[in-house]
Design a protein. Structure first.
Length: 165
């Protein structure tokens, strides 16, 4: 029996292999009721970013798969929206930090951190335990547990190569 909105897990199982085959990572799938339809938001990202052509190709592929999946959205009206996460997306995973390498980020630190409330610096490197930021020429190693939240900062005149020399 078809359901009005397919469970998120099912949608992920249909969408994720398609996104991976296209060379991207599935960041999120959100299904929201919108009147008689469902809005299906799919967020994808890649190490080299995502272009509009990539989004168009993925939209076609994902739409065809959803239309033909036996117990998904195929029999119910839906709107498919595929996008990239944008620059203001929080840095939550090691993958996000890797993609932010060389970028300027603001890291809000946990209360009582000896470095203060927040640091803004360029991502020099990261590993499974910590990230290293260059803050005005001084390296600061921050264990992920010290970071309450972090976001990439928009730079209009980003240095070539990303990292400072």
């Amino acid at each position: 029996m078809m359901t009005r909105t397919a469970p998120r897990e099912h949608l992920v199982s249909v969408i994720e292999p398609l996104v991976t085959a296209a060379g991207f990572d599935l960041e999120d799938v959100v299904v929201t009721p919108a009147g008689r339809r469902s809005l299906v938001r799919v967020v994808v990202d890649g190490d080299d970013g995502v272009t509009l052509d990539d989004i168009a190709a993925l939209s076609q592929t994902v739409s065809e798969a959803l239309d033909t999946s036996g117990d998904g959205l195929g029999a119910t009206p839906y709107v498919l929206e595929i996008s990239s996460p944008g620059v203001d997306r929080p840095l939550l995973t090691q993958q996000h930090w890797r993609r932010a390498s060389g970028r300027l980020v603001q890291a809000d630190l946990v209360d009582g951190d000896p470095a203060g409330q927040s640091l803004t610096g360029r991502v020099l490197r990261h590993d499974a335990a910590a990230v290293v930021l260059d803050v005005d020429g001084t390296e600061h190693e921050l264990g992920y547990a010290r970071i309450r939240k972090a976001r990439v900062q928009v730079e209009f005149n980003r240095p070539k190569g990303g990292a400072p020399s």
